[in-house]
Design a protein around this ligand. Structure first.
Ligand SMILES: Nc1ncnc2c1ncn2[C@@H]1O[C@H](COP(=O)(O)OP(=O)(O)OP(=O)(O)O)[C@@H](O)[C@H]1O
Length: 243
């Protein structure tokens, strides 16, 4: 009942096409919710709408009790876009300290955020000289440094090796245990299995909104990958919204 996000009848058109078609769902506080779906199904568009940077055609989105995009949410919501958003001509540490300052945080918090994403050893390196995966983690550090109540992550583990992915997911769960709400898009099924709850989008419609275990049970298979394939191929009836 104490939802971080409540979406009602969300409709979004982009480029003259209906991209999200009547999505209703809720995202619980203090949990990790996964947003899954085929490429082009509307995941990024959904996240953009929740952050308040997407023009919507219809519906309502309430985020931490405010309309999505409300100025009061600026320090309360962190958003990691797919493209890293860091300054290439600053070091990792300088980036983190800059974003920390924007959120009224200090150097200690900045250095901790850098270390939390496994970049302590590269803290003094210019972002321009980082690998793609390192750059993405630098961007993540800059999102987390403000300690937002709601963290929206668009494919945060792309380009990371399995050890780093496991470390990042452990970090996400530790944040959730401390009360942070995370909404994370992913293509990777082993990551879906790590989520407390899953939203599955297909062609702009919500086709599943449940725990990984319940989705497996509903599809009658043990493998989440196979369960999703079945749901997607069956063109399952849209999920009923808020639960
Ligand atoms: N700027 C844009 N203008 C017009 N159409 C767009 C724009 N951005 C995305 N779209 C379209 O909206 C639909 C949903 O795109 P979106 O990026 O939300 O999908 P996605 O599920 O995040 O995909 P992926 O997993 O590949 O990142 C796609 O059909 C895409 O072509």
């Amino acid at each position: 009942m104490d939802d971080a996000i409540a979406v009602r009848d969300l409709v979004v058109d982009r480029g003259g096409r209906r991209v999200l078609d009547g999505i209703s769902c809720t995202v619980a506080r203090g949990a990790v919710t996964g947003l899954l779906g085929p490429s082009g199904s509307g995941k990024t568009t959904f996240l953009r709408a929740v952050v308040g940077v997407q023009v919507v055609t219809g519906g309502t989105i309430t985020v931490l009790g405010q309309p999505a995009g409300a100025p009061a949410l600026r320090h309360r919501v962190g958003y990691l876009t797919q493209a890293p958003s860091v300054y290439a001509d600053l070091t990792v540490r300088e980036n983190a300290r800059y974003f920390a300052a924007l959120h009224g945080r200090g150097r200690a918090e900045a250095d901790r955020a850098v270390s939390d994403v496994g970049l302590a050893g590269a803290a003094g390196q210019l972002v321009a000289t980082l690998s793609g995966g390192q750059r993405s983690r630098a961007s993540l550090a800059c999102v987390l440094v403000g300690d937002p109540e709601l963290v929206i992550l668009d494919e945060p583990t792309v380009g990371q090796d399995p050890v780093l992915r496991a470390d990042l997911w452990a970090r996400f769960h530790a944040m959730a245990a401390a009360g942070t709400t995370l909404l994370v898009s992913s293509h990777v099924m082993d990551e879906a299995a790590r989520c407390d709850r899953l939203l599955l989008i297909r062609e702009g419609r919500l086709i599943a909104d449940d725990s990984p275990a319940a989705i497996r049970a509903a599809a009658g298979v043990d493998d989440l990958d196979e369960a999703f394939l079945r749901l997607i191929r069956a063109g399952a009836a849209p999920a009923g919204g808020a639960s």
